[in-house]
Ligand binder design. Structure first.
Ligand SMILES: [Zn+2]
Length: 53
């Protein structure tokens, strides 16, 4: 039996066994978790294409 909870970030159901727990103790999708981390660290290295100068 699998339990699903609502992702704190996108408000969609996520299987608890596949969810990540964020720093607030809330279940989130792994994708949402990664996205949230990247959003909080805008200066991440090698993240996305760099504009040509
Ligand atoms: Zn989500």
């Amino acid at each position: 039996m699998s339990i699903s909870v609502l992702c704190e970030l996108c408000k969609k159901p996520v299987l608890l066994e596949k969810a990540r727990i964020n720093e607030l103790g809330k279940a989130v999708h792994e994708q949402c978790y990664v996205r949230a981390i990247r959003a909080s660290k805008p200066m991440g290295p090698a993240d996305g294409p760099k504009p040509r100068v």
